[in-house]
Ligand binder design. Sequence first.
Ligand code: UD1
Length: 358
Amino acid sequence: MRVSIILGTRPQIIKSAPIIQEALNSGLDLEIIHTGQHYDYELSQAFIKEFNLPEPVTNLEVGSGSHAYQTGEIMLRLEKYLLKDRYSLALIPGDTNSALAGALTCVKLGIPVAHVEAGARCYDMGMAEEVNRRLIDHCSKLLFAPTLNCKRNLEKESVLGETYLTGDTMYDVFLRFKEKVDECDIIDRLELSDKEYNLLTLHRAENVDRVERLRSILNGIVNSNVKTVFPIHPRTKRRLREFGISLENTNVKVIESVGYVEMLKLLKHAKTVLTDSGGLQKEAFWSKTPCITLRDRTEWVETIDIGVNFLVGADTERITQTINLIEKRYDSIIRKFVGNPFGDGYASRKIVEIIRSL
Ligand code: UD1
């Protein structure tokens, strides 16, 4: 059995890493196909290196572009590649344009698709990722749900494939890198100390591509006056430049993109994380760091229900108020970090076992 895993972006490499390691350890013939959606060293190759993954067998080098361009172009290039080199199954992690293009191309070539992180829903079709994940789930043969809530979402939509509750592969990798996180020296290098700063990440198209929304979010953070470390995504960096927004001489310290271990170290020692990322909301939960989610909806409702993730959208005042509220009620919020709806740290093993049993 020859299996491919199709990825193209930073978060997809993270959630695939433990599956790839598990597959290789168990002798499963698995190859990485990289679409080239992320091409900067710090968004792609740096992560392949950090997780010690084998080099992709091909890089389709699609690069950046509109949704239709990116999705269509990946499909064309991938089809050409797959016609030469057949696989019996394609693993598709996450919900990016690379994931959608990968799933559609494979299913049309008769290659069964297995979706990793199936069933996540935020019910906001204005988000590209929501559109992508719905479509992928409905053409997948195997659906690996990270939480019970995700599995229920799939049942509600009566998907045709077989659904498995596996847990979240991001939790697997989080546990495996704990020691490395302890050893990481980024806190000293940035001259930070424990719980005296907030951490910010911001990259979603709906937040950074519109100047009013971007300003509104940043004003909320600047008005808080709390020292805030901001590892910046290339997309956001470009937008700040285009919109003429400067964060110099404010409480926000902009730094270049960081690696996986560095990000987890920054997260562990932050008082609060402010983010529009999906993955970071979960990593904040596992790190026991309160999270403010800068979106109108989230697919990780489990963390909201537990009371440690605050969904605030882009409203300036609400953002500042929530930062202050967490500061004030910090001890009682910290006590809410109990349980873990994201599995037992062996999601990747379960996924590989299911594939091997086919
Ligand atoms: C993509 C995913 C998003 C994921 C994110 C993680 C989609 C629809 N979105 O968003 O779900 O959370 O990756 O980062 O698939 N750029 C660079 N260097 C790169 C790649 C991109 O500078 O290596 C810049 C370019 O200006 C590009 C912009 O970022 O136009 C957007 O890149 P793109 O891959 O389209 O989307 P992301 O915002 O990274």
